[in-house]
Design a protein around this ligand. Structure first.
Ligand code: ASP
Length: 361
């Protein structure tokens, strides 16, 4: 891929490009991401490199000597965790990922404690952060803000990487990476991530994790996607159009029971009612037919897995937690390893980690 420079394009022109055409502006010359904003930035060779690196890192981290080696890799860098939207897992797993690699961190989680509260613009705030840090990991309720920040900083004298940790209802690329890592690991002894059916369930209209994962899955051969939701919460037309354009087999339905026996993976999601336009509108939609409990477990194939980005509400009963096919806690921990791998790649220490792995494990 030819790498393009963000300084050569205005914000108006850049923001109007289709996502695929933005990728060359976000990439380093060796093909690894500089800014990580969209799932569409990841192709299969990059995903393979990233998932293998995550597995190497988790192997190295099993010993004290390995942990010490990892902690020296990026201890000359500092990262800012800028989370202006609630988060537990994503925040803590990014924090842990930074700690594993020795990256020093600072954080703003509540903009009422930063100068934004005094009327400072977002643009000035992030330029301030970039003066002290070498990377910004950001979660925002606004679609496009991470992208705009990336453009602003790329045009400043401190062009540091931006990592999108969730942008509005739009994208959550690193959640999709950990979901892919979970799928890859779950099927690696059993034919790999190919020729599978992935069933998405719940609030697909407003769930950003589903949008990002649906894009990433199109990189793997012959993965059918099935979208199960009550009609008002069904997946957006833009996702379906992109599946059609890539020739990916898919269907939408509200019959959850019929979809369970065909699934290799079921990806449950909660109702995203924080996005309600009219207070209480989600509560009027009957979602009880889209819950997973022991009755649904009885229909699940023996090799299939049950995933959830968490937090869950009542859509998965705790009764199924002990079943080995329920992988959501493992899925969460995978987030720490894949985010460590991504940060290692962005800061260019992946080769050293790979060499250490080859020599010591
Ligand atoms: N934790 C995920 C997210 O940030 C899923 C969710 O909140 O339902 O999008």
């Amino acid at each position: 891929m030819t790498v393009k420079r963000m300084v050569d394009i205005s914000w108006e022109t850049f923001s109007a490009l289709p996502v695929e055409q933005k990728t060359p502006y976000l990439t380093q010359p060796d093909g690894t991401p500089f800014h990580t904003l969209f799932a569409q930035q990841f192709d299969l060779p990059l995903l393979d490199r990233l998932t293998s690196l995550a597995t190497e890192i988790r192997g190295i981290a099993k010993t004290r000597a390995g942990m010490e080696f990892l902690r020296e890799q990026v201890n000359h860098k500092r990262a800012m965790l800028y989370f202006s939207q609630p988060s537990s897992r994503t925040f803590l797993s990014f924090l842990s990922a930074c700690q594993i690699l020795g990256v020093q961190t600072g954080e703003v989680r509540d903009t009422s404690t930063s100068s934004e509260f005094k009327g400072e613009s977002r643009e000035d705030s992030v330029r301030t952060f970039s003066s002290y840090f070498d990377m910004i990991i950001m979660r925002t309720p606004e679609k496009g803000l991470a992208e705009n920040t990336a453009w602003v900083l790329s045009n400043s004298d401190r062009p540091i990487p931006i990592l999108n940790a969730g942008s509005g209802q739009d994208q959550h690329p690193t959640q999709a990476l950990l979901d892919i890592y979970t799928l890859v690991r779950s099927f690696e002894q059993n034919g790999g991530l190919r020729d599978r059916t992935v069933v998405f369930v719940g609030d697909l209209a407003r769930g950003r994790t589903v949008r990002s994962l649906s894009h990433l899955l199109t990189n793997y051969p012959n993965i059918r996607q099935v979208f199960i939701a009550p009609p008002p919460l069904q997946i957006g037309d833009d996702v379906l159009a992109s599946l059609r354009a890539r020739g990916v087999e898919h269907r939408c339905s509200d019959d959850f029971r019929a979809a369970i026996p065909e699934a290799d993976a079921i990806y449950m999601t909660r109702v995203q009612d924080e996005w309600d336009k009219v207070k209480g509108e989600s509560a009027r939609i009957d979602t009880t037919r889209f819950h997973f409990g022991l009755a649904q477990l009885a229909l699940l194939r023996p090799h299939a897995i049950l995933m959830h980005p968490l937090p869950r509400r009542e859509e998965i009963s705790t009764d199924v937690d002990r079943d080995p096919r329920a992988v959501y806690w493992r899925q969460m921990r995978n987030g720490m390893w894949i985010r460590t791998a991504l940060i290692a790649m962005i800061f260019g220490c992946n080769k050293r980690i790979h060499d250490y792995y080859r020599q010591n494990l």
